[in-house]
Design a protein around this ligand. Structure first.
Ligand SMILES: Cc1cc2nc3c(=O)[nH]c(=O)nc-3n(C[C@H](O)[C@H](O)[C@H](O)COP(=O)(O)O)c2cc1C
Length: 361
């Protein structure tokens, strides 16, 4: 069953788009897919307690498209029962893998003990891993959402998603029929207040009864948030510890990567199986193009991609307010003369049509 684990079959190095709440939504990931595919795609994080209690709006963050393979649902929270339900829901939506966020430093997440808060509570982290693994195994053994006591409101919302996105139902059915193993990964940081990879990595990989298929490691502590520089030496050390206890676990490093070329160099230098690129993708979906270093990103390319992104946003998430696009527009409009003035005008755009007019394309 483990043979169809995509973490094992993907060619190395694996270079993926790092999940970013409020940024890497379905339209952004779709844009990146169209420009140059990353090797893996991960959703924004979804709160397990919220979804388990019926906040079905959160399912918008689980929208993905057929060309996204493998696609991973990222979830976060603190209650293991909710992890069980939401991991099962992710399977019913046809995701190829489930990732648990143990790295978010935001106060509203970490102070509740979720995200990077789990670094300080390894017993809870292990229980969450065990319950999530159980849900993924129960799925292929025929467990239903009703049996798992998923709220009827959530089940109805999943049925609605099937109507809109038939590929989700199709993938779910295929996985269930062929008993496809659904891998479990963790995205985390190198420590809470201080770097503590030795103990923290050991806690994750020694979880009883669970093989963590991949660990994606951001080279900062919770306390650092996004300040300072990512500690890649700590990532390399963590990689060694992980492989010592669990040679099968795939290790991806993360933090401050600025280009595809640098990603490839760091894979070799720090001996990891791959990397995730986050903030350097802002306004730069070309970053996953293998020829990126030789590409000249022209003003025209920037304008066209900005409009394409807006159109995808309106098509995929018409229920959301257009101002969400403004930060992306500001990121695209840079490095050419007149970009500053355009940035200012785009801040008033209310639709893709407005953007088209302002950009005159
Ligand atoms: C705006 C923003 C939102 C983020 N949201 C998430 C998230 O939902 N899940 C997650 O695992 N990491 C999240 N991160 C962390 C990134 O995935 C990544 O680990 C971090 O930005 C370091 O990588 P980078 O230096 O390449 O950006 C977020 C980061 C930013 C800047």
């Amino acid at each position: 069953m483990r043979n169809n684990n995509f973490w094992k079959t993907l060619p190395k190095p694996i270079i993926g788009l790092s999940p970013m709440d409020g940024v890497t939504d379905a339209p952004m990931r779709q844009l990146v897919q169209e420009v140059a595919r990353p090797d893996i795609s991960i959703t924004e994080f979804v709160n397990v307690e919220g979804l388990a209690r019926g906040a079905t709006k959160m399912l918008d963050d689980f929208i993905y498209f057929e060309n996204e393979t493998p696609v991973i649902a990222q979830i976060y929270g603190i209650e293991e029962e909710s992890f069980y339900q939401v991991a099962l829901i992710a399977c019913f939506l046809g995701f190829d893998g489930v990732d648990i966020n143990m790295g978010c430093p935001a106060k509203k997440v970490a102070l509740r003990g979720a995200g990077a808060g789990l670094i300080q509570n390894p017993v809870q982290a292990q229980e969450i891993l065990q319950m999530t693994r159980k849900a993924l195994d129960d799925f292929i053994n025929g467990k239903t959402l009703e049996e798992a006591k998923v709220r009827p409101k959530v089940i109805r919302a999943i049925q609605e998603m099937y109507k809109k996105y038939p590929h989700m139902k199709q993938r779910c059915n295929e996985k269930r029929k062929n008993k496809v193993y659904i891998p479990l990964s963790v995205k985390t940081r190198i420590g809470y207040n201080e770097e503590s990879v030795e103990t923290w990595m050991t806690h994750i990989v020694e979880t009883e009864g669970v093989t963590v298929d991949a660990i994606m490691l951001h080279g900062r502590t919770l306390r650092q948030k996004y300040l300072g520089v990512a500690d890649w030496d700590a990532i390399a050390r963590a990689g060694k510890i992980i492989k010592k206890y669990s040679p099968e676990t795939v290790v991806l490093g993360n933090g401050d990567i600025q280009s595809y070329k640098q990603a490839r160099e760091y894979v070799i230098k720090y001996n990891v199986d791959g990397v995730l690129i986050g903030r350097a993708t802002f306004g730069n979906p070309w970053i996953f193009d293998k020829n990126e270093e030789h590409m000249e990103i022209t003003e025209n390319m920037r304008k066209k991609i900005a409009l394409q992104h807006c159109e995808l946003f309106e098509k995929i998430l018409p229920q959301r307010q257009f101002f969400i696009m403004r930060k992306h527009l500001a990121w695209y409009m840079r490095e050419f003369s007149g970009s500053r003035e355009l940035r200012g005008r785009l801040m008033h755009a209310q639709s893709a049509e407005d953007v088209k007019k302002i950009l005159n394309i």
